[in-house]
Design a protein around this ligand. Structure first.
Ligand SMILES: [Zn+2]
Length: 266
């Protein structure tokens, strides 16, 4: 059975980005796939403003875990197929520990296909997301595991694969999924208009479909590496998004020395 792991930084990340593909893989494909979710954090700081400080931390983590479980029930993904990697919302690092943890996790799970947040050419530059994608990419690229899973990034600026869905699916699926995340409605209710526009835009070139979820497949085979190369405009936009003030990391991002250490140890 093909095993698929979807990585996310926060409990509600996948609903907009992969909801329709997940639903297809989990249910409509007649359960041909073994699907797991790996959530880096439990979203323990995901409320706006200091007036909610008393709920942040463990209490919010518990509620958001429950919300994630409820959303995954819609895809019939069992609770035991949802793993938390124990990081704190807003503080997903990109360092040796994190990279090794992802490597260990992948060694144990041996997925055939991985979905993760776009690490390089992203329009969603939340450091938790970026670092999650980066670590997954780093582990596969540097052969820290002895197999090469297929990697797809979501939130990519320049996708090369689309999964089509129907307009009515927004009502019957997307709304249902995001409604499960009650504590996130302050944010999620503003996302539906841009979501519709983006998915309509993504679907414009997909024959037979009007709406789509866009992904970028990343290649690791030497022969195909050129396919990862992005047009200049995409590189300029990525640079712009990555230099916005709120991307300044809370964790030291200057880990090039650490990374050399890892390589040296191999
Ligand atoms: Zn997120």
């Amino acid at each position: 059975m093909t095993k698929i792991i979807l990585f996310q930084a926060h409990p509600d990340d996948l609903e907009h980005k992969c909801g329709h593909l997940m639903h297809y893989l989990a249910i409509k494909s007649k359960k041909k796939y073994d699907i797991k979710i790996a959530s880096m954090t439990k979203g323990e700081f995901g409320l706006p403003g200091p007036q909610y400080d008393k709920f942040k931390g463990e209490f919010l983590a518990k509620i958001r875990t429950r919300e994630l479980f409820n959303a995954e029930k819609i895809h019939e993904i069992a609770t035991e197929n949802i793993d938390f990697l124990g990081y704190i919302d807003g503080f997903v690092p990109f360092n040796n520990d994190f990279i090794n943890k992802i490597a260990e996790y992948l060694k144990n799970e041996k997925p055939d296909i991985i979905f993760a947040p776009e690490a390089i050419y992203s329009w969603y530059y939340h450091m938790d997301h970026i670092n999650t994608g980066r670590a997954v990419f780093y582990v596969i690229y540097n052969k820290m595991i002895d197999f090469t899973p297929i990697l797809y990034f979501y939130t990519s600026l320049y996708p090369n694969f689309s999964f089509g869905f129907k307009k009515k699916d927004i009502k019957t699926l997307t709304y249902k999924l995001i409604d499960c995340h009650k504590t996130q409605q302050w944010l999620l209710r503003y996302t539906m208009l841009p979501y519709r526009l983006f998915s309509r835009f993504a679907g414009r070139k997909l024959p037979g479909w009007k709406y789509a979820e866009p992904y970028r497949r990343v290649y690791f085979n030497k022969k195909n590496l050129y396919k990862n190369k992005q047009p200049l405009i995409v590189r300029i936009f990525s640079h712009f998004f990555s230099s916005l003030p709120w991307t300044k990391a809370k964790y030291p991002q200057n880990v090039m020395l650490d990374l050399k250490d890892i390589k040296g140890k191999k």
